[in-house]
Design a protein around this ligand. Structure first.
Ligand SMILES: Cc1cc2nc3c(=O)[nH]c(=O)nc-3n(C[C@H](O)[C@H](O)[C@H](O)COP(=O)(O)O)c2cc1C
Ligand code: SF4
Length: 782
């Protein structure tokens, strides 16, 4: 071929031959250079063409509005899934659905990156909120930079933006979530709204916004929750307590309104409770708490795409104002009919229920052939001896008290308990929920200064040795006279109950009315009521457990049933030590507590002796639960004798609480057994007189009419004519740290400030900071 070309023309012959020669010598480098140049050129053109070229080449395609293709399958209305835009009939108004074509919150886009855009909307008349909002957006940007993806995570926060509501186009932000296109990916970022709003009782831009939100919600053409495509929202309000002291009088009224309407428009995606503050008082502190909470939520959103449990649209919603709250109090004095009263006598493998017949269970365990590796059974109640007086060394195979697959476990978890390990439980009580919403704390706030929203209710032993007629868990919680189950270590229980408690608190985050400042405070447990169900000192490592609580400066209110004198004697310092005194004489006690121990009365008496001895070491309390027809009538004198014997620091008298009809039909309890508050008052006055007649220095110190509870106190807690029933918790921990769990210090050493006036006898005892509501959440005038 080279020769043919060489002869092709005599004129070009030498040149062609040179070129051919050159080609033969350098063809490989020539080919390589050409190829590389082409690649570089192509890459260059491609890189520079994205901004300009493609729009030049395909303008119509790129600029066309994104239209959904009709789908043959109906769109899922799960609050996150894309919704199809159906064509309206000719002539009818266009129906705008709440969701743009976007993916589930829990998914990332095609690039694998979840991008989140935070918008802060503010309004301001005198300029304070504007300054704060602009400063907040700057701080937020800095803080968001610190939330970085861990391995396997992929998200990014876009620079947060701030908008003055006086300038923002409401149609753009408050009819549908805005579409925020991003540089890196074709899908829009997910949007999160924050509001900072001062309230004004004069006409301002806030009224326009509120009007717009209401209209959008009511507009028949628009989905009632068209903003549910937002990731979430939260509101912070500024107001003035000087002119508007309470919410009822208008404090932060417009922020409250915006929060409410946004909840409707987003399908209840309140990501964090409404925060409120007064710039002249606590405004900045409250704002800081709120901002911290917002950061947590944004972190959670970025990592999981979800607002977490408890917020609608993101797990298990806990709602709300209409929530039928069980009148469960602290679980000790309520009986209800919510739990079908099953007995242990049901089928084999059935309800563990009453574990009275432990023999049967042990047999069943062996018959099942299940070998459970566990510690040796601890008969700590009786410290059992054999017939010759030698310590028992029985080594039987033991079971878990509440195994995961047992009906008891199911029943307790259905009732809202979280079972920790195999024999402990934690539950958020109704007062904790109520305090989070500013609707009142339990009587322990009025009497002892316990913040209900910082109180964890738990027990390290779901088992008990009584079957009290008023125990609402009768029929579900295990009973027994000695510990014969696997023993969980105290650190496992401690971390488990804390985790369970915080989890339940977090579930309250999206619930209407929850106050941001209380929610923030609730994330630090300060008190522990060891009084759920069961008997806390039944747990063999109760002292270690208490030490763990105290090490974290969590106070301990421990209630025991006066049936375990040895354990009571071995108990180390607790902040307040209760003994339930359910009757004043043997017969009455047998009837009401239905104890399993044959020597129950002797045990009871020994416990009183121990309490008397301990009265200068422990802050002791007699807890009386009044049940009409069982332990009130003519018993005041008998109770006075018991007080004389035990000389407790305090006597708490509480009427049994009732909800629904009684489960304990076998015990014959009905609504008729619940004393009226005036009957409790009469009883307390009779008891007080009986104490006076005996020359005992006690008096009626405080009351909490709302929960039918009255406090009689020893005059040891009266200073200059004023009752001091509150506790100085910090001092308690200092003493404990100084002197140790067996240290020599007395209840007077950590006596707190004077009982607040509103809590003293005759003043009702309802915290004036809170709003009292009826069961439907309606305000009650006090
Ligand atoms: C005319 C007027 C009306 C107000 N009305 C209320 C009100 O109804 N409720 C409230 O809590 N605060 C009310 N305030 C207090 C403001 O909300 C508060 O001072 C706020 O911090 C002002 O924020 P700004 O400086 O951003 O406008 C009012 C203040 C003014 C001057
Ligand atoms: S002491 Fe704690 S657990 Fe008990 S009712 Fe009060 S807030 Fe609830």
């Amino acid at each position: 071929m080279a020769l043919e070309i060489a002869n092709w023309s005599p004129l070009t012959g030498p040149l062609v031959q040179d070129i051919i020669q050159l080609w033969h010598s350098y063809r490989v480098p020539i080919l390589l250079v050409t190829f590389t140049t082409l690649i570089v050129l192509r890459t260059y053109l491609h890189g520079t063409a994205t901004d300009k070229q493609d729009l030049l080449l395909f303008p119509t395609l790129y600029n066309a509005p994104q239209e959904k293709k009709p789908s043959s399958t109906a769109p899922k209305d799960d609050g996150t899934a894309a919704q199809a835009v159906s064509k309206p009939p000719k002539g009818s108004p266009r129906r705008i659905k709440g969701e743009l074509g976007r993916k589930s919150n829990t998914e990332t886009d095609g690039s694998g990156i979840r991008e989140i855009q935070v918008y802060i909307f503010f309004s301001s008349l005198t300029g304070n909120t504007e300054k704060i909002a602009r400063e907040s957006v700057r701080k937020l940007e800095q803080s968001l930079k610190k939330i970085v993806p861990r391995e396997g995570e992929s998200f990014a926060f876009l620079s947060p933006q701030v908008f003055d509501l006086a300038e923002a186009d409401y149609d753009e932000y408050f009819i549908n979530p805005p579409t925020v296109q991003t540089q890196n990916v074709g899908t829009p970022a997910e949007v999160f709204y924050l509001f900072m709003l001062p309230s004004y009782n004069i006409d301002t831009i806030n009224d326009n916004l509120l009007e717009h939100l209401k209209e959008t919600h009511h507009d028949f053409r628009i989905d009632t929750a068209p903003l549910r495509g937002l990731l979430g929202y939260s509101v912070f309000g500024f107001g003035s307590r000087e002119g508007w002291p309470t919410e009822e009088e208008g404090f932060c009224c417009q922020a409250i309104e915006v929060d409410k309407w946004m909840a409707k428009l987003t399908g209840r995606k309140r990501a964090f409770p409404l925060g409120m503050g007064d710039l002249k008082e606590d405004g900045i502190k409250r704002l800081d708490e709120w901002s911290e909470g917002i950061l947590d939520v944004l972190g959670l959103l970025a990592r999981t795409g979800s607002l977490g449990e408890g917020v609608a649209g993101s797990g298990a919603p806990v709602e709300s104002d209409d929530e039928a709250e069980a009148e469960d109090d602290d679980g000790e004095v309520v009986f209800d009919d919510k739990i079908p009263a099953k007995t242990a006598k049901s089928k084999k493998g059935g309800d563990l229920g009453d574990v009275e017949d432990l023999g049967r269970i042990m047999q069943d365990a062996r018959a099942d052939g299940v070998e459970v590796k566990a510690p040796i059974a601890v008969d700590f109640t009786t410290y059992g001896k054999d017939t010759k007086g030698r310590p028992k060394t029985t080594t039987v195979t033991v079971k878990e008290m509440v195994p995961k697959d047992s009906p008891t476990y199911n029943s307790l978890t259905k009732q809202g308990y979280q079972i920790v390990g195999s024999h402990s439980g934690v539950k958020i009580c109704r007062w904790t929920k109520s305090a989070l919403r500013g609707r009142g704390s339990c009587y322990k706030f009025s009497f002892y200064g316990i913040n209900s929203h910082q109180c964890m209710e738990t027990t390290p032993s779901l088992s008990c040795s009584n079957k009290c007629v008023f125990c609402w868990r009768h029929g579900t919680n295990p009973v027994g006279t000695s510990w014969r189950w696997v023993v969980d270590p105290p650190d496992l229980i401690f971390s488990g109950v804390k985790e369970g408690h915080y989890k339940k608190i977090k579930m309250m985050r999206g619930v209407p009315g929850v106050r941001a400042e209380r929610f923030a405070e609730a994330m630090r447990i300060r008190h522990c009521a060891l009084s759920l169900v069961g008997e806390p000192i039944f747990y063999p490592h109760i002292n270690e457990f208490l030490r763990m609580l105290h090490a974290e400066r969590i106070s301990s209110f421990l209630v025991c049933n006066a049936q375990h004198p040895d354990q009571l004697a071995a108990l180390q310092h607790v902040t307040q030590l209760y003994v339930s005194i359910d009757a004043s004489n043997r017969e009455s006690l047998r009837k009401i507590d239905r104890p399993l121990h044959r020597d129950f009365w002797e045990r009871f008496q020994r416990c009183l002796d121990i309490l008397r001895e301990r009265r200068h070491r422990q802050r002791t309390v007699f807890r009386l639960t009044l049940v009409k027809g069982f332990n009130i009538e003519d018993e005041a004198e008998g109770y006075a004798d018991l007080v004389e014997k035990g000389l407790p620091c305090f006597v708490e008298i509480k009427g049994v609480t009732y909800c629904g009809t009684s489960t304990s039909s076998s015990a014959g309890l009905t609504m008729g057994n619940v004393p009226f508050y005036h009957e409790v008052c009469d009883f307390v006055e009779a008891l007080n007189k009986a104490l006076e007649r005996r020359g005992l220095k006690y008096g009626i110190a405080a009351e909490h009419a709302h929960s039918c509870c009255i406090l009689i106190a020893s005059e040891r807690f009266k200073v200059d004519g004023k009752w001091h029933t509150l506790i100085d918790y910090d001092r308690f921990f200092e003493l404990l740290e100084e002197k140790g769990p067996d240290g020599d210090f007395s209840p007077e050493d950590y006596m707190g400030a004077a009982t607040p006036e509103w809590a003293t006898w005759g003043n009702g005892g309802f915290d004036p900071r809170d709003q009292r509501v009826d069961r439907k959440g309606r305000a009650i005038e006090i």
